[in-house]
Design a protein around this ligand. Sequence first.
Ligand code: 5RP
Length: 289
Amino acid sequence: MCGPSTTNDVAHDLPIKGARHLSWGMKNRLSKLIRPDGRCFYLPIDHGYFLGPTRCLERPAETIEPLLPWADALFVTRGVLRATVPPAITVPIILRVSGGTSITGHDLADETLVASVDEILRVNASAVGVSIFVGSEYEKQTLENLADMVDLCEPYDIPVMAVTAVGKELEKRTAKYLALSCRIAAELGAKVVKTYYAAEDFDRVTDGCPVPVVMAGGPKCTTQREVLDFVHDGLHKGAIGVNLGRNVWQDPYPVAMMRSLHGLVHEDLTPDQASALYSELSQTGTAGA
Ligand code: 5RP
């Protein structure tokens, strides 16, 4: 009973790369955000911070209520959190802490930090999210935002998720560009990086990033199958999960979409199986907003 154990170190480590040297508090928070299978499915509803009342997110409480059972975290601003999310929520919160721009402004990249560490602690966030805009006019400013937020959060063991944003320049989303952005985010101290999927060479993005990579969705795809295929491919090329908003809650059947994506992320379904699940649930389920 008192003899040497070889299992303790393993039990104390998260099943993600870069975890070994993290402190206890950081591991505790990350273990709420990343399931024991090493995967995650975040539900972002932060879009209003630059897009205003985005379609199907006009009333966030109604949008998220049926989806939360399959979400590993909710990515949200402090305003929508306080106004619409019940404080008794058991799903961890990732607080969006960069912003200050709008779709009508001169440049979406011109972001600043919009929440203090006091605020982050008050809402009991498990992590925070900061956008960086590599290659933009505001590259340095947004990289400083990230580094400053890491400095603010490290003393409290709060993980920072970097968001490699492109603003309106969606064509930037190549593996070469995303690999550059993700690596820079990790170098500056991000514990998780959220980035876009690239159809070609996505493994170059995940291989070059020493911390876990999570895929964002971007504007709504034309078909559900397109989403299921890219998520499946990205997971097999090293992403640990997804942070999908519009492709879930703008779908005609958001619960069916959420449930099918959960199948890909956490149940190792194939795209065919996930697609069949979507068809079954959308035929029997209720249409979303
Ligand atoms: C906006 C964000 C969103 O969280 C992110 O874009 C994910 O949402 P979607 O899947 O709708 O793109 O960070 O900058």
